[in-house]
Design a protein around this ligand. Sequence first.
Ligand code: HEM
Length: 255
Amino acid sequence: IMQSLAADYPEHFTLTRDGANWHWVNHPLNIDQRFVFGDASTLPCEPFEYITRQAQGDFTLQDQRDHNLYVDGGMVTCQADWSLEFDIGMSFHEWHGPVPLAHDIGVFDRALQYLLRLQYGHPVRRLNWTMTINPRMDTSPENYPDWGPDRATVTPENVAQKVHLRVELQTLFRLPRSNAILFGIRCYLISLQDIERVEKWRKRLHRVLKSLPPELAEYKGLTRYMAHVTSRLEAADDGAPLSLGIQPDQSFLPT
Ligand code: HEM
């Protein structure tokens, strides 16, 4: 993380390395830290905690043993209705237990085989999506009382402001020394009213929601307010074919 931040944002971060003697400067957070790489006692807290406190997004660590992955640690603050506390120590199929349909068609068997072969230096990524009421990052089970009731507040009048598409960019890195896999999650939220400004995205979202199996709508927690979203989007979908891919196909945003 230090190497990437220093290479990608040299105006904010610098990392100077002299053998095992490292010097890390994080200007936005006013941190200036000298430490010995590989000697945890030279940092103010455990190395994983130290650097993930300075990085955006969530991180989990999967150890690889017995031809499986086990989620043995993490630094997580904005989980979408799953709990690190609950999942800690589980295997790949166990922590994916609540996901409907995918187990039966072998998605997790294949995904596990794929990840067990992940190579150092060749990270991979996937996207997921769900919907969230209000631009709220943390929708953890632990904080359900704070966000769960929001679902009942969606009306035809406020649906475009309140309902947000939540997309997670999930990245997977093989770690060079432990052979564990680091799983990074960056969360992005966009309101329905902003999606509507892109014709292709508006129509695509309508078609995805219309064809979503009820089990998945229930799993993603959409059931209660989805009719408000689809009836609004339906009015602006003429059914014309859309180009493949996620590119917006327009170069300006109508106000
Ligand atoms: C080691 C890396 C991974 C971790 C730590 C992880 C973790 C999770 C967690 C915690 C959930 C929520 C389950 C719940 O509802 O309680 C989830 C959902 C899901 N995961 Fe993973 N996952 C990983 C890799 C993958 C991969 C490679 C795939 C590829 C098929 C995948 C497919 C899914 C799917 C389809 C869901 C349902 C929600 C969605 O569409 O994202 N996961 N995952």
